[in-house]
Design a binder for this molecule. Sequence first.
Ligand SMILES: Cc1cn([C@H]2C[C@H](O)[C@@H](COP(=O)(O)OP(=O)(O)O[C@H]3O[C@H](CO)[C@@H](O)[C@H](O)[C@H]3O)O2)c(=O)[nH]c1=O
Length: 347
Amino acid sequence: MKILITGGAGFIGSHVVRLFVNKYPEYEIFNLDALTYAGNLENLKDVEAKANYTFLKADINDANEIDKLFNDYDFDKVIHLAAESHVDRSISNPLAFVETNILGTLNLLNAARKYWADYNDKLFYHISTDEVYGTLGDSGLFTEKSSYDPNSPYSASKASSDHFVRAYGETYGVPYIISNCSNNYGPNQFPEKLIPLFINNIVNKKELPVYGDGKYTRDWLFVKDHAIAIDLAFHKGEIKETYNIGGFNEWQNIDLIQLLCKIMDKKLAREDGDSARLITYVKDRPGHDKRYAIDAGKINKRLGWKPSVTFEEGLEKTIDWYLHNSQWLQNVTSGAYQKYYKEQYKS
Ligand SMILES: Cc1cn([C@H]2C[C@H](O)[C@@H](COP(=O)(O)OP(=O)(O)O[C@H]3O[C@H](CO)[C@@H](O)[C@H](O)[C@H]3O)O2)c(=O)[nH]c1=O
């Protein structure tokens, strides 16, 4: 089986690529990535020499290139993770999100439709977000039946791509699965997202910018558990089904930040309270969604998935990883990896 994984050099993508390459030596895994600021082949050093792994430097925005790759490689299945993913960036530059998340997804769907004359044993698996459902009040959970109500340009672009995947399923018969996941954390996440940004800032004794009053709630999931869920949905999920994935692990931002500060004080042998003193309340994110909380009951009941790592374990592993990989952090924030790999894969 030839599997195209898009965005495989990114945070979640690299964990999915690693899992598939190591667990399924009989599959051919093609990692397609544009190597933007958030995609970095350093994340996959441990698998790059494996016989079942091929890297393809390409941009999903380039319809001709995507068409050519489908023609050349004859992919059987697609796991589509490539996306612009940061909400704040979508607020300052919505167009980039329309291009990559909507048009890029369409380019892949068009190629799948064209080259999969026979849809037998084919699959377009779209990896999406719980943000498509909008925001919740103090109670309730998003289920697969929740209506779409996106608020940010990012979530609007992901909602649109979900709709297109379903539309191609209904209209042209492209076999698809969609999963919508909550906030991921773990090794290799670009330090613009809350947890790695704050770890990095604490190490460097920089301010911790808490948006608004910090009383926003997110459901956190360790990235390796997300990769395990994707593996299960890919192999055992039903065509045309949607699976919500989440950690059953809700935290208000400020409580999570306080916990992070406490652990970091210990790890860095600083005085208790040193890191928390870096907390700075700043202007709120426009359109900031109050609460995401997801019901992962369907994937639990139907496919037997549940998170394997507790939040305490996951956070500890994550912090240790960043502390042991300070060079990685420095190279991604300075753009050094991006520059290096751009040069390596110059076309
Ligand atoms: C970066 C940053 C974030 N925050 C707040 C905003 C959010 O309430 C919370 C988490 O922010 P972020 O890490 O940017 O993640 P969030 O906006 O929830 O979106 C994430 O989670 C989504 C899944 O829910 C993914 O689809 C997105 O790609 C991913 O970026 O922390 C701050 O208070 N200060 C900050 O500097």
